[in-house]
Design a protein around this ligand. Structure first.
Ligand code: SIN
Length: 370
């Protein structure tokens, strides 16, 4: 099959799976001409403008978390997907390196949880950044070096830590949610019409150039009236957005560094997947910026040292990091039962999360390979 247009995909049991396989295929490479690119504006007749509540976040509040004034954001919707909002890189020039550094240096730290904890001793996963930075700072030697811990990182969980075995969150496995990421998420949600949003859980996915994420729905949160937010950094991804049924056809779109996606309302529980990572069209976001925003005392986003920037830049040359933020409980809601503390994961189950299969088939649940 030389070309399969996203618009040509018919309904049927295999529609989404076929599209997943099409975009994942290496040889011959797929035709990407039907992939929607929101960075090009109203480029396709499926793309519509989305209305934001610019008054919900002041310019000062936006700047504190590294965002441009809301009136300057470019937000889009997709015909046939009510509640889906795509914000094309609303970050201030020079602020992405801060968020990338948080994802690589700060969020993998304890007490947060990561895939490496599943088969390594706690002392060995305590300082993932420290144990990886020197090797990443060196220029590639040409010969195959063992992978650093950072390069072996596949996921990190924040706040209410997702239990990959039971596919649930619980009251007794919670650690404090990072305050700056909380503020960023609440501002994005407020602008999209969800002023009371509370960022309670986060899942960071670390993709290498050959990674993919299988077809799934994020439905473990107890309150589905709250949106799912997604932030992407580094290399680009082909993102597939399907329907409420697994067999519904999907639409392919690029997610570039800095892009923000909001799945809310009727789009909150749609099937989606990432079949492929593709090179970023733009400059690596961790390279020194020509223009940086002024740092104010109240800023939650701070400068990144040259040393840290080098490590982030080297890592991001071949990687993508995606952060999804969820509100787990609605107002007044609580978990159905408090389970006694337990060994809440087992390695074999969590290693299934990232999709390594050729067809993205995961029965509506996430699968990952480490
Ligand atoms: C993504 O990486 O863009 C999607 C992550 C997810 O669905 O959890």
């Amino acid at each position: 099959m030389a070309k399969m247009a996203a618009s040509m995909v018919e309904h049927g049991e295999d529609a989404f799976r076929k599209l997943f396989k099409f975009y994942k295929r290496r040889n011959p490479p797929p035709d990407f001409s039907d992939v929607i690119d929101f960075s090009k504006g109203l480029w396709s007749d499926k793309v519509v403008s989305a209305k934001l509540d610019a008054a919900a976040v002041s310019d000062v509040e936006a700047r504190r978390v590294g965002l441009r004034p809301v009136r300057d954001w470019k937000a889009f919707g997709l015909q046939g997907y009510p509640g889906f909002i795509f914000i094309s890189n609303p970050f201030l020039l020079g602020s992405q390196p801060f968020w990338v550094r948080q994802c690589l240096k700060s969020y993998p730290q304890k007490p947060n949880v990561c895939n490496l904890d599943m088969h390594m001793a706690p002392a060995d996963t305590e300082d993932i950044w420290g144990k990886s930075a020197d090797a990443l700072r060196l220029p590639p030697s040409g010969k195959r070096e063992p992978k650093t811990l950072l390069e072996r990182l596949r996921w990190v969980t924040l706040g209410y830590h997702y239990n990959w075995n039971t596919k649930t969150y619980s009251a007794n496995h919670y650690t404090p949610f990072p305050s700056e990421l909380h503020a960023l998420s609440c501002h994005i949600a407020a602008v999209c019409g969800f002023p009371g949003f509370d960022a309670e859980a986060g899942i960071l996915n670390y993709y290498r150039s050959d990674s993919s994420l299988g077809i799934h729905v994020d439905e473990s949160e107890l309150d589905h009236t709250r949106p799912l937010l997604s932030f992407s950094f580094g290399q680009s991804a082909i993102f597939l957005l399907g329907g409420t049924q697994r067999e519904d056809p999907a639409t392919a779109m690029y997610m570039h560094s800095g892009d923000v996606m909001v799945m809310s309302g009727p789009s909150r529980l749609l099937y989606h997947a990432v079949p492929r990572i593709v090179p970023a069209p733009r400059e690596n976001p961790c390279r020194p910026a020509l223009e940086t925003h002024t740092q104010e005392e109240s800023a939650l986003v701070g400068p990144v040292s040259e040393e840290d920037r080098t490590v982030c830049s080297r890592y991001m040359e071949s990687s993508r990091v995606n952060v999804t933020i969820r509100q787990v409980l609605g107002p007044g809601q609580s978990f159905p039962e408090t389970l006694p503390p337990r060994n809440w994961t087992d390695a074999s189950r969590t290693e299934e999360y990232h999709d390594g299969s050729s067809d993205g088939e995961s029965g509506g649940q996430k699968r990952r390979k480490t």
